[in-house]
Design a protein around this ligand. Structure first.
Ligand code: UDP
Ligand code: MG
Length: 322
């Protein structure tokens, strides 16, 4: 890759975007993204994955695909979630570089030319970092910061902070990601796990252009749990150490009671302390079983080896209007 200018580069760029109930966004997305891609002067494709939308998203996507042969539409058989939709998009993309982007334009497509330049200059991954997240709520920002902190403490590799799915990846990186066999896919972690030479660009996260976020607090919490249990067994280790600490503490307490009984005789009252320790230990054991269960559940889902997503059709023509 030597091209000094992006325009001399005849390699193909794939922009990939998942769509879930985004009928308000489709027009704005294409009208902002297409001029930017046209200007690059290299071949491009836009892979749109319809993640089981119940509104007019699919019809709109197909209308655009009909008018513009660079637009590819992958229609999933139901809503599989963003991670699966993104996996489908990576599988369908054929470009030499692939750029996942949120279709709500919270990731500014104006960054793409710079990303392509850096890629042409030799970067295998160009990360886009949200330098300013003031468009996200306080809760989202704080919980995200906490997630990165915990994940990067307990995992063998770090997920770069405030970097979402918006990034450019060379074909070699995409091939590695596609070859991973796991069916529960936490893409942010998978992207980071793959490694490769990366450079980072900062950007300001914008407001959603229309529609509303598909991720509520509960979904985000589960997403964070998924992230930590996907790439680390640290919670299991923490349990082990907690067990050791509690056992040591109990031993000391037992010695204390033994000596106290020898010196002061039998002391019958003790209802409160017995009840408290039973409840405390019961609580710890339940937490332990819960954490174990989380991992066993993941193993169970993985052993089924079900496909990550099901495609109904790729690049369907729009239904004829009578
Ligand atoms: N999305 C998806 N499937 C889902 C949920 C979301 O394909 O089940 C897509 C959605 O259409 C958007 C992107 O994932 O392109 C990010 O979603 P959203 O903007 O709701 O998330 P947020 O930016 O609030 O984290
Ligand atoms: Mg969004």
């Amino acid at each position: 890759m030597t091209g000094d200018s992006v325009n001399e580069n005849s390699k193909m760029i794939s922009l990939v975007a998942p769509f879930y109930n985004e009928e308000l966004v489709v027009d704005k997305f294409f009208s902002r993204v297409i001029p930017i891609l046209e200007k690059l002067g290299c071949p491009y494709e836009i892979v749109c994955v319809n993640d089981g939308s119940g509104d007019a998203t699919l019809a709109l996507l197909l209308k655009y695909a009909d008018e513009n042969s660079s637009i590819k539409v992958v229609d999933l058989s139901r809503n599989f979630g963003k991670e699966a939709a993104l996996t489908a998009a990576l599988d369908a993309a054929v470009g030499d570089a692939v750029i996942p982007i949120d279709c709500d334009l919270q990731d500014p497509p104006e960054l793409i030319p710079r990303m392509v330049e850096l890629w042409a200059a030799g970067a295998e991954v160009v990360l886009a970092r949200r330098a300013d997240r003031s468009s996200d709520s306080w809760l989202k920002r704080t919980s995200a910061a906490l997630f990165y902190k915990i994940h990067n403490q307990v995992s063998d590799f770090a997920i770069p902070e405030n970097v979402g799915d918006f990034r450019l990846m060379d074909r070699a990186v995409v091939n590695v990601i596609r070859s991973l066999p796991e069916t529960r896919r936490f893409m942010k972690g998978i992207f980071a796990w793959a490694g490769f030479k990366s450079v980072t660009l900062d950007y300001e996260r914008e407001q959603r252009i229309a529609g509303s976020s598909k991720f509520n607090g509960w979904k985000l919490w589960n997403f964070a749990l998924e992230g930590i249990t996907s790439f680390s067994t640290a919670p299991l280790k923490i349990l082990l150490y907690l067990g050791i600490v509690v056992a040591l503490f109990s031993l000391c307490y037992a010695v204390f009671i033994f000596v106290k009984t020898l010196v002061l005789g039998i002391d019958v009252p003790g209802y409160a302390s017995i009840l408290t320790s039973i409840l405390f230990l019961g609580g710890i054991q339940l937490i332990g079983i819960g954490i174990l269960g989380e991992y066993i559940g993941r193993m169970y889902m993985e052993t089924k080896r079900r496909p990550v997503y099901v495609v109904r059709k790729i690049n369907m023509q729009p239904p004829e209007v009578k």
